[in-house]
Design a protein around this ligand. Structure first.
Ligand code: AMP
Length: 305
């Protein structure tokens, strides 16, 4: 596995592969890797000849300096995990490489669907995401790029950016990988105390309840949202930022949810901000055992499609 830290060298490597006729898959990450990231890597390996993973904690997508400072970083462990997984190249630039003119320089403004939910609660976040992902796409020159559906609004924003600006890359959305207890894996979970983790399971219970209600015939977005809030608002240690039912492409709230509509939640638990979502209907199933131990599994257990 090759570790590359400049845009120019990554572009040279990708051009060589391209000349050989190899298909390139790309997985952008901020490191502190877990089984969720590895599931993206596996999908990229299945569908391409070469795989590039980037590890870069992007300062411009953090609206909160304390969150950026506390974000877990362990490049040695990440590189070892990616080497084990058989990744071809890890792209690990520093901030000067990604922002040669500083973080206030040229950027890509995210579109209208970045206004609500994550966009409203994290001002500037999606502009940071679209800017860094554009730069990473220009560096990796990949045929396909892999993103988790756990960050559903991010996925919608990236799809819109690729469509609006004509990036020659196919965006692939991948299922959310969960721990044994159902909690969606996240690099931030390492900052949850065991008690916080227990409290955080309210998010999973709320999403599972919305799925059950939808499967049982409730399709009013208001009723489903009420169901989410009923569970979250009564959960000790959970401070809800939003809970809603939205269209997966527009992030607008429909009156009546159809199959594929998303139940989305953001909440603070202890010092950690968590987001999660499920698709209603559309074969999406959370598998979890809420009474099980509180450690984060390293193997993909729960599967959502
Ligand atoms: P991050 O390192 O948090 O920026 O995430 C990098 C990519 O991994 C993003 O596309 C995320 O949506 C995806 N990802 C994060 N957590 C999970 C998970 N639990 N399951 C699947 N994909 C995930």
């Amino acid at each position: 596995m090759r570790i590359i830290d400049t845009v120019a060298r990554l572009q040279s490597q990708s051009r060589l592969w391209c000349a050989e006729g190899a298909r390139i898959g790309f997985v952008p990450t901020m490191g502190a890797l877990h089984a969720g990231h590895l599931s993206l890597v596996e999908a990229a390996q299945r569908e391409n000849d070469r795989v590039i993973v980037s590890v870069f904690v992007n300062p411009t997508q953090f609206n909160d300096g304390a969150d950026l400072a506390a974000y877990p970083r362990d490049f040695e462990a990440d590189a070892a995990m990616l080497a084990d997984a058989g990744v071809d190249v890890v792209f690990h630039p520093d901030a000067d490489e990604m922002y040669p003119s500083g973080t206030g320089a040229t950027g890509v403004r995210a579109g209208d669907l970045a206004r609500n939910y994550e966009g409203a609660h994290r001002p500037g976040h999606f502009d940071g995401v679209t800017t860094v992902v554009s730069h990473l796409f220009n560096a990796a020159l990949a045929d396909r790029a892999y993103f988790g559906r756990k960050d559903a609004q991010q996925l919608a924003v990236i799809r819109a950016m690729v469509r609006d600006l004509g990036f020659p890359v196919e965006i692939v959305g991948c299922p959310t990988v969960r721990g044994d207890d159902g909690l969606a894996m996240s690099s931030r979970n390492s900052r949850l105390t065991p008690q916080d983790r227990q409290a955080a399971l309210a998010l999973v219970r709320a999403l599972a309840a919305a799925q059950r209600d939808f499967a049982g015939g409730d399709s009013s977005a208001e009723l489903l949202t009420g169901r989410l809030r009923g569970i979250l608002d009564g959960a000790p240690g959970v401070d809800v930022e939003y809970a809603a039912v939205v269209d997966p492409d527009t992030f607008e709230t429909p009156l009546v949810a159809g199959p594929g509509a998303l139940a989305v939640i953001a909440a603070r638990v202890g010092s950690v901000r968590l987001i999660d979502n499920v698709a209603l209907g559309a074969g999406d199933v959370i598998q979890f055992a809420p009474t099980q131990p509180t450690t984060q599994s390293t193997a993909p257990q729960g599967v959502m499609s």
